[in-house]
Design a protein around this ligand. Structure first.
Ligand code: SIN
Length: 484
């Protein structure tokens, strides 16, 4: 059987692709574990959008400013100008965003936006609500526990993927393949991502010579509670700072104003670096102080954070919560054009965090990731419907391989990799350390290892190599002369 569309990933990018594909097409959506194990499900703050036609240019200016003007300007224009339509479509189809008492949409502010233009749902559960909505809308088959181990790419034509399901290697064929598998979170020791997100597909791209772009541009969210033992750490949404929370040291000093005129609302890369620097200089612990909220106000506006932290022993908004920056989002990914088509291919698309349109430049503006998934999935579907590309399966000449997915010794190497990436390819980097890290990753790659670790290491290696090749500090890529 040949599907019309094969979608890899069940977050906003994958599910919204499925939503726009006509119902008469044969579509299969695959997810690595359960559909809920994706980054969309955990997104708190919201979805940014131009508020109206008059706001499109200002929104563009904000995205470029946060991205240090390293963005693909056309992609930014597309994102801003399409935002109003994709949000209207969602609302027309029944997605509920939070509203003001008069019924108008409630917008919040987040860092580096020059006005409040971030929509949210159920307070701080925007991603979860959007995800539930898109899952309910999905009229196509979704199969869980499907781990993609190879992309069947030959002469620029993608025939589908090879995957592991029920311990068996299988091939799934499709006329159009859409990669929507997310970023690289599990490569880092501290991260906010779903634990299924580990850069496997980017690793396959390295192996297959599918072009990656901007892999050195990794975003670190400034306000993450990293003290719990779980691999995925608890985010404290930027909307908190947008609505009055402040970052303080253990003396209660709000130091961000010393680093940027917009203090709490400076671009994310600047806030993360400021926290890092202040810790280095003062050895102080850093906290998020949310005492500007009343208890009732907080519980109503941020119910999930309120209850999650109560379980962890914090009475918010009265207790300050210790925070640290942690890996959050990969601006780099598979190089695609403005219609999400993967460079040098005919029928392979990549959408969302796995892709790099260049829309985010060197630092993503807050709450632009869900919107990116919505806008560029729509364009991918339009482009593929116009292309009407059909594969001829008889031309496929790639032999099926056997894989050892994981072996017991992988665990230790994965742990070493996570520590190494956090320490040397994190918020502040050093050229010599990056070179040492690259050598260490090559050594790890030379071990007898399972396929998934192998792919993760290839992705890590691509990140480090691009970091080495980019010798100037810009946006999220910050180099310092001395070793830390
Ligand atoms: C947040 O809620 O702070 C995260 C939003 C984002 O990643 O843009």
């Amino acid at each position: 059987m040949i599907y019309d569309y094969l979608i890899i990933g069940c977050g906003v990018a994958g599910l919204n692709t499925a939503r726009y594909i006509p119902k008469n097409k044969k579509v299969l959506v695959l997810c690595k574990k359960s559909p809920w194990q994706c980054n969309t499900f955990f997104a708190q703050g919201g979805i940014a959008t131009a508020k109206n036609k008059d706001d499109i240019n200002l929104y563009i200016a904000d995205i470029l400013e946060a991205g240090v003007h390293q963005n693909n300007t056309q992609a930014v224009e597309i994102l801003s100008s399409h935002s109003i339509k994709v949000i209207d479509d969602l609302i027309q189809d029944g997605m509920k965003f939070d509203t003001n008492p008069d019924g108008s949409l409630a917008f919040t502010n987040e860092a580096a936006h020059s006005k409040s233009r971030v929509l949210h749902a159920d307070g701080d559960a925007t991603g979860r609500n959007l995800h539930m909505f898109l899952l309910n809308e999905c009229k196509h088959d979704i199969i869980d526990n499907s781990i993609v181990v190879d992309i069947l790419l030959q002469d620029g034509i993608c025939y589908g993927v090879e995957l592991l399901q029920n311990k068996k290697i299988k091939r799934v064929f499709a006329h159009n393949t859409i990669l929507a598998s997310g970023g690289v979170g599990s490569i880092y020791k501290f991260h906010t991502n779903s634990t299924t997100i580990s850069g496997d597909i980017q690793g396959i791209c390295v192996e297959k010579n599918i072009k990656l772009k901007d892999m050195h541009l990794m975003q670190f969210h400034p306000t993450v509670y990293v003290e719990q033992q779980t691999a995925q750490k608890q985010l404290l949404t930027e909307a908190l700072r947008g609505e009055g929370a402040i970052v303080v040291d253990e003396n209660g000093y709000a130091f961000l104003k010393d680093y940027h005129k917009n203090a709490e609302l400076a671009p994310r890369d600047i806030v993360s670096r400021a926290i890092f620097d202040h810790i280095k200089k003062t050895k102080s612990k850093i906290y998020l102080d949310m005492s500007s909220f009343s208890k009732d106000e907080f519980e109503k506006r941020f119910p999930n954070i309120y209850h999650n932290f109560l379980k962890l022993g914090y009475k918010i908004p009265f207790d300050k919560v210790p925070i640290s920056p942690a890996f959050h989002y990969s601006m780099g990914g598979i190089k695609v054009d403005n219609n999400s088509l993967v460079a040098n291919t005919k029928n392979l698309f990549a959408v969302g965090e796995v892709a790099c349109t260049g829309v985010h430049g060197a630092n993503r503006l807050a709450s632009n990731s869900l919107l990116e998934g919505l806008v560029f999935s729509h364009l991918a579907v339009e482009k593929s419907l116009n292309n009407r590309f059909k594969i001829d399966i008889n031309k496929l000449n790639i032999k099926q391989k056997e894989y050892k997915l994981q072996i017991p010794s992988d665990k230790k190497i994965k742990e070493q990799l996570r520590n190494l990436m956090w320490k040397t390819v994190g918020i502040i980097r050093n050229a010599d350390e990056l070179k040492e890290t690259s050598i260490k990753i090559d050594q790890m790659l030379s071990n007898d290892i399972g396929r998934l670790l192998y792919l993760r290491l290839l992705t890590a290696s691509a990140i480090v190599k691009e970091a080495i090749n980019n010798t100037s500090s810009i946006g999220a890529h910050y180099l310092q002369k001395d070793k830390k």
